[in-house]
Design a protein around this ligand. Structure first.
Ligand code: SAM
Length: 197
């Protein structure tokens, strides 16, 4: 199931809507040693700069064949060899990755739908203990030039509501990411229990 309002505008325009280096810095990739997973990679706007900085491989997923082809081409042009692009409906079929095999999962501009808890559950399943889910989404507090309808955009409270009993907790790293986004990071519990106090 393709997430509604997840189609993409022209690539150059899309990329102009983010401070990409600020977002990559915020991820603190220096400390991530295990594979990084991106769900809904689009053009590879973040996949490619993340792969460039990462010490590990990046596994990127998208449901849209044209996005996968473009992202692969962009990675090749950028001389990136540690990013792998997978055509897959992650909402229906998950990632297919091994449990506790990843160090970080990126959920960028994709959690504006009712099934967000399923994607967060999949992220938790594939993360190693202490692994990180990084989320960015369009702000609701200002007008933005793109983005799904405001009522559907998640905020911190909606995410906290969606992660109950998934073994994820907020590490306090939640912030506005100028100009149009906000972000938060969640940590996978270090024990086997899915309960987070
Ligand atoms: C709004 S775009 C964001 C792309 C990228 N994360 C970014 O921020 O630049 C959302 C992407 O998610 C993909 N997508 C939507 N539903 C999906 C699904 N069920 N499984 C995998 N990818 C999906 C869309 O094809 C689209 O490329």
């Amino acid at each position: 199931m393709k997430v509604f309002d997840s189609g993409m505008p022209d690539e150059e325009y899309w990329n102009s809507l983010f401070d990409i280096s600020l977002i990559v810095d915020w991820l603190d990739l220096e400390v991530v040693r295990d594979p990084i997973v991106e769900i809904g990679c689009g053009y590879g706007t973040f996949t490619i700069p993340v792969a460039r900085e990462a010490k590990a491989e990046v596994q990127a997923f998208d449901i849209d064949q044209a996005m996968i082809e473009t992202a692969r081409r962009n990675a090749a042009r950028a001389d990136i060899h540690n990013a792998y692009f997978n055509l897959r409906d992650v909402v229906e079929d998950g990632t297919g990755l091994e449990p506790e095999s990843s160090g970080m999962v990126l959920l960028f501009n994709i959690l504006h739908f009712e099934g967000r808890r399923d994607l967060l559950d999949e992220a938790s399943r594939i993360l190693k203990p202490r692994g990180v889910v990084a989320i960015i989404h369009w702000r609701k507090d200002i007008p933005t030039p793109r983005g799904p309808r405001v009522e559907s955009r998640p905020d911190k409270e909606m995410i906290m509501d969606s992660i109950r009993n998934l073994g994820l907790s907020c590490d306090g790293n939640s912030r506005i990411i100028e100009p149009y986004h906000w972000g938060m990071q969640l940590i996978k519990s270090s024990n086997n229990s899915k309960e987070i106090k």
